[in-house]
Design a protein around this ligand. Structure first.
Ligand SMILES: Nc1ncnc2c1ncn2[C@@H]1O[C@H](COP(=O)(O)OP(=O)(O)OP(=O)(O)O)[C@@H](O)[C@H]1O
Ligand SMILES: Nc1nc2c(ncn2[C@@H]2O[C@H](COP(=O)(O)O)[C@@H](O)[C@H]2O)c(=O)[nH]1
Length: 184
């Protein structure tokens, strides 16, 4: 779905479904794609790089970004704030790039109002049990954080019908082909 020039794609789905894993495969195959780097108040996980995985900022800095209207959308998720820096998205869409945002449900709903032409894709797990298995296997979240993420997952799954497309990430290669079929 085209915006004024480029193509804006929003990828949403419960935490742990494999959005990041799927997008890393996609970006390796389509390196011209612009992947939006979000700002977050969450602490970096081992191996995450500031400016590459996220811009890791303080709550004060995040609030200042909101006040300065620097965020295209933002939301609170499982005890932290997350938001999409506006300028790079506007610039890259205007430059006719394929632009991908990987964001949660509240943010996707905000983008629907500012960029109604954006293509919105929901990534679903084969089951809640498999989702929990993946979050635990990833080994990055505390027990309370896992509970918060699973509670949020149920809310997100109920909203899957709002999206233009749904992809079930059971087999990663099948999911990748599904994504390619939609955006390429
Ligand atoms: N198709 C798949 N089959 C089995 N495991 C998978 C599959 N896709 C991803 N995973 C695994 O699931 C775990 C969670 O994946 P990932 O971190 O990409 O999820 P995410 O949706 O980006 O999560 P978050 O929104 O919390 O960042 C990882 O350990 C990843 O290797
Ligand atoms: N609304 C937004 N949601 C975002 C953004 N960047 C990431 N996310 C989503 O947050 C959760 C948790 O991410 P994690 O890295 O802590 O596991 C996940 O659903 C991401 O898609 C954003 O800029 N805005």
């Amino acid at each position: 779905m085209s915006t004024t020039s480029g193509k804006l794609v929003v990828i949403t789905g419960p935490s742990g479904v494999g959005k990041g894993t799927l997008l890393r495969k996609f970006l390796a195959k389509y390196p011209d794609t612009y992947f939006s780097v979000s700002a977050t108040t969450r602490a970096p996980r081992p191996g995450e790089i500031d400016g590459q995985d996220y811009y890791f900022v303080s709550t004060e800095k995040f609030q200042a970004m909101i006040q300065a209207n620097e965020l295209l959308e933002w939301a609170e998720f499982a005890g932290n704030f997350y938001g999409t820096p506006r300028d790079p998205v506007v610039t890259q869409v205007a430059a006719s790039r394929l632009v991908i945002l990987e964001i949660e449900l509240a943010g996707a709903r905000q983008v629907r109002t500012t960029y109604p032409q954006a293509c919105q894709i929901f990534i679903a797990p084969p089951s809640l049990a498999e989702l929990e298995r993946r979050i635990r296997l990833r080994g990055q979240d505390s027990e309370p954080a896992i509970s918060r993420r699973l509670e949020r997952a149920k809310i997100e799954l109920e909203a899957a019908h709002e999206f233009d497309y749904q992809i079930i990430n059971e087999d990663l290669d099948v999911a990748l082909r599904g994504l390619e079929g939609i955006v390429c």
